[in-house]
Design a protein around this ligand. Structure first.
Ligand SMILES: [Zn+2]
Length: 279
């Protein structure tokens, strides 16, 4: 074996994408049906965590997982639990449950929503960080990055980074993309944004090499209120079959796009994606 092969291992890990967890708050009652699709109940979340524990998963914050890969200390049963937007349930419901199982979360905060009703306060964010959870950026105002100018994209990336770094007193290296949409401009801009790791909403696993160049885009599996325990088990344990299903889905979308035209395709695409894990 050559020296390079011994020192540059490849590692695959899974990131799940959560939003809020509803424990009966008024904030969630007022959400639209579309928004509620991404909100799960406290009982559902507890069942998910119980499953992860049973499967022997380790859930470090994202940055720690990537550091473990670089230092050759990566645990093969690693699962990253990410939470987008910075809703208050991240502090009141999610963190205590995670900690009950010895898990840690990766929170992506919309910096411009901090201290607003239904969202975490600066102090709550600081406390989560102190308790070992990862705190990262999810932009300043949560725009569609495909619909704003390059200058606006850059200020969303930089301002939110600075704002969170001021709260934490530490560098923020991870960013998750609001609304999941991005284009070639974004890919070029992130190279100058100061972030090392960018989470998208594209489904798939992450195969991270120790010697990979930064920054790079990471995949995530979004959790919805109809995601079943067996879907989760499948994502975690059946990587080969899930990869095959994702490839088939991509081919189907490609064919559809060419048959029915791009505009009509875009309108129905989200509906099909949302039904992927449905019975
Ligand atoms: Zn978001």
């Amino acid at each position: 074996m050559k020296k390079d092969e011994m020192t540059s291992g490849n590692h695959t890990f899974t990131i799940l994408l959560y939003h809020g967890v509803d424990a009966g708050e008024k904030f969630y009652e007022q959400r639209s049906n579309k928004e509620r699709e991404y909100i799960i109940t406290k009982a559902q979340f507890n069942n998910h965590l119980e499953l992860f524990k049973r499967l022997g998963m380790q859930t470090p914050p994202l940055e720690q997982c990537l550091r473990q890969i670089q230092n050759n200390k990566f645990a093969s049963r690693t699962l990253i639990l990410s939470f987008d937007d910075g809703e208050e349930s991240g502090y009141t419901t999610i963190a205590p449950l995670l900690e009950k199982y010895g898990f840690r979360g990766s929170y992506f905060i919309v910096a411009g929503w901090i201290n607003k009703p239904g969202y975490m306060t600066e102090d709550q964010i600081r406390q989560l960080h102190k308790r070992g959870h990862g705190i990262y950026s999810h932009s300043m105002t949560h725009p569609f990055f495909t619909r704003i100018s390059e200058a606006e994209i850059m200020s969303e990336l930089r301002e939110s980074k600075e704002c969170l770094e001021k709260i934490l007193g530490q560098e923020v290296k991870c960013f998750s993309l609001p609304t999941g949409e991005y284009d070639e401009r974004f890919k070029e801009l992130i190279a100058h944004s100061g972030y090392s790791y960018i989470c998208t909403s594209r489904e798939g696993y992450n195969r991270v090499m120790q010697k990979r160049q930064y920054p790079f885009l990471l995949h995530r599996f979004a959790i919805r209120n109809y995601t079943k325990l067996r879907d989760l088990k499948f994502i975690i344990n059946a990587r080969k079959i899930t990869n095959l299903l994702l490839a088939l889905k991509a081919i189907t979308f490609f064919i559809l796009k060419n048959i029915i035209g791009k505009d009509r395709y875009e309108r129905i695409r989200s509906g099909i994606i949302n039904n992927f894990y449905k019975d």
